[in-house]
Design a binder for this molecule. Structure first.
Ligand SMILES: [Zn+2]
Ligand SMILES: [Zn+2]
Length: 241
């Protein structure tokens, strides 16, 4: 469901560096990870979903690892995941026996079929829950931007921003049916990328020995804006989406 907050969130996010939708999704990912740790760690359904994915996707696993304020929450969730993978071993392989000449026990002569069964049982059986919630939020941002593309306030915020990243610009074009709104979005993004091109060129020109002593201006971080503008922010496009 689209809320009025989404519109104001977008207007505010355009004032931040980088793609507005990426910024909002990063915030949403942080909020979802907090909720996972503080509110849902004891929720059986969430714990089951976490086990089923064997944790989270690569991106969001590492984002979770930075939430060091709740290590017990992380530990409880991952005890469940490791239990899940050990259960896969127990359910698909013949029980381990003693290892000759050692005090440990291990698996012996495993047929290829058993290894295939183990491999299948280890495979995640659902998507990363953070990626899933971001996909829903992203759909809302795209819808609002598309619907309000003619709104003066939103349009001005977009025009004055670093623009959308390439993946989100393509997604909003796909989500926009009306030709007049599409034309506005295309015009704004074209102007932003044209300015960025000029900044990149200025950076290159100032690297020439005849201009090397000149002070750096806004072109100084153009290379970083170009990376952000093409790839989007880290952690926004999880491996499950
Ligand atoms: Zn983006
Ligand atoms: Zn994810």
């Amino acid at each position: 469901m689209v809320t009025p907050f989404t519109y104001f969130d977008l207007v505010d996010a355009f004032a931040q560096p980088g793609c507005a939708i990426c910024q909002l999704l990063r915030r949403d990912a942080e909020r979802s990870l907090d909720a996972l740790l503080y509110e849902y760690v004891n929720d059986p359904e969430v714990r089951a979903a976490f086990r089923a994915r064997r944790g989270l996707c690569n991106e969001h696993s590492w984002q979770l690892a930075s939430h060091t304020g709740n290590l017990l929450g992380i530990t409880l969730l991952y005890r469940g995941v490791i239990d899940e993978v050990l259960t896969a071993f127990r359910q698909t392989l013949p029980q381990p026996g003693p290892v000759e000449g050692a005090s440990t026990s291990g698996f012996h002569d495993l047929p290829r079929q058993a290894i295939h069964a183990l491999n299948r049982a280890l495979q995640p059986v659902r998507k990363c829950m953070i990626c899933e919630s971001l996909a829903g939020a992203e759909g809302q941002y795209l819808q609002v931007l598309s619907e309000y593309a003619t709104d003066e306030k939103l349009l001005k915020a977009y025009r004055d921003s670093d623009g959308l990243c390439l993946p989100h610009f393509r997604k909003v074009l796909k989500a926009t049916q009306a030709p007049d709104r599409s034309a506005l979005l295309v015009s704004v993004q074209f102007a932003i990328w044209s300015r960025l091109y000029a900044d990149l060129q200025e950076f290159i020109d100032k690297s020439d020995y005849r201009r090397i002593s000149e002070a750096k201006g806004i072109e100084g971080d153009s290379w970083r804006r170009a990376i952000r503008g093409t790839a989007g922010e880290e952690g926004v496009f999880g491996k499950d989406t």
